[in-house]
Design a protein. Structure first.
Length: 290
């Protein structure tokens, strides 16, 4: 064995091994601290790129879910209002049917008239206030403002696909003479009766109104169901994407923990090996009688 004070191959080899062990130890510690085996492109460029693309899609998917949540909330309010309108129309039909009885005393018909007008006014108020986040799906654009003809919710991350639910006009026009095909309720805000004949004349309008409102409820209900189903799908898709990202970048903490303990022992042994190697040059002194 040659001895040199300028070069110590054993020490250099021990130092190289110790540095490598320390690097592996730092890498393992980082995985344990972050829970990830791929934290940047330098760990694995291909997997990191795939994971980043999936994360971007996952964030976009959350925006889709938010869009569906907002639209679903609008429809919840709209459906509640439309169902209330339907109930009020049923009560109004009951009033006019009773009032159409020619044998009914005038004071009885007058009481029914007041009840009818009160129910009519409730419809106006309910429809006017059926808003969520500034969106009203059934007011018929009563204030004259231009609004979208449908309620739209995103169902794809690229924004190309949507669920659209058409607006339904349940608002009463100012006067019965202002009725147009878009008005589903065939009454005006001035509709009333004072005689049996006038009451009887309203029965057909109420029957048509009830039929139209039932149709509107079917459209709104179908839209609400579609959005709920899509929300459920989006949540499942999001969970699947999270699992996929995790399988790409998550660290196996049980394995990393075992590796950490092994590397710590290896580091201690490497330190001792380096210390021993560093003592070798001292043997030269013995050659000179020291």
């Amino acid at each position: 064995m040659s001895l040199s004070i300028n070069t110590n191959p054993a020490a250099l080899h021990a130092l190289h091994n110790l540095n490598r062990t320390t690097s592996q130890l730092n890498e393992t510690q980082l995985r344990i601290d972050t829970g990830l085996q791929v934290t940047s492109a330098k760990d694995n460029a291909t997997i990191f790129a795939v994971a980043e693309n999936l994360r971007a899609d996952r964030k976009s998917l959350e925006m889709v879910k938010n869009s569906l949540d907002r639209a679903a909330s609008v429809l919840d309010v709209t459906l509640a209002a439309a169902e209330s309108v339907q109930d009020l129309l049923i009560q109004m039909k009951e009033k006019v049917t009773k009032a159409a009885d020619a044998g009914l005393p005038d004071d009885g018909r007058a009481a029914l008239q007041k009840d009818f007008e009160s129910l009519r006014d409730q419809i106006i108020t309910i429809v006017r206030n059926a808003s969520f986040n500034g969106i009203n799906m059934i007011d018929g654009w009563a204030d004259g403002a231009e609004r979208p003809a449908t309620l739209a919710a995103l169902i794809s991350v690229d924004g190309a696909q949507k669920i659209e639910v058409p607006r339904q006009n349940l608002q009463l026009p100012q006067a019965a003479n202002d009725l147009v095909p878009g008005h589903l309720i065939r009454l005006g805000q001035d509709s009333t009766f004072t005689s049996a004949a006038e009451a009887e004349a309203l029965i057909d309008a109420l029957n048509t109104s009830l039929e139209n409102v039932s149709g509107a409820l079917a459209v709104l209900g179908a839209g609400s169901t579609a959005m709920e189903q899509q929300r459920t799908f989006i949540e499942k898709l999001g969970d699947t994407m999270d699992t996929g990202i995790g399988s790409l970048v998550d660290a196996n903490l049980a394995r990393e923990s075992a590796r950490l303990q092994a590397l710590q022992v290896k580091q201690q042994l490497g330190t001792q090996s380096l210390s021993i190697a560093n003592q070798q040059p001292h043997a030269i002194l013995s050659l000179f009688g020291n």
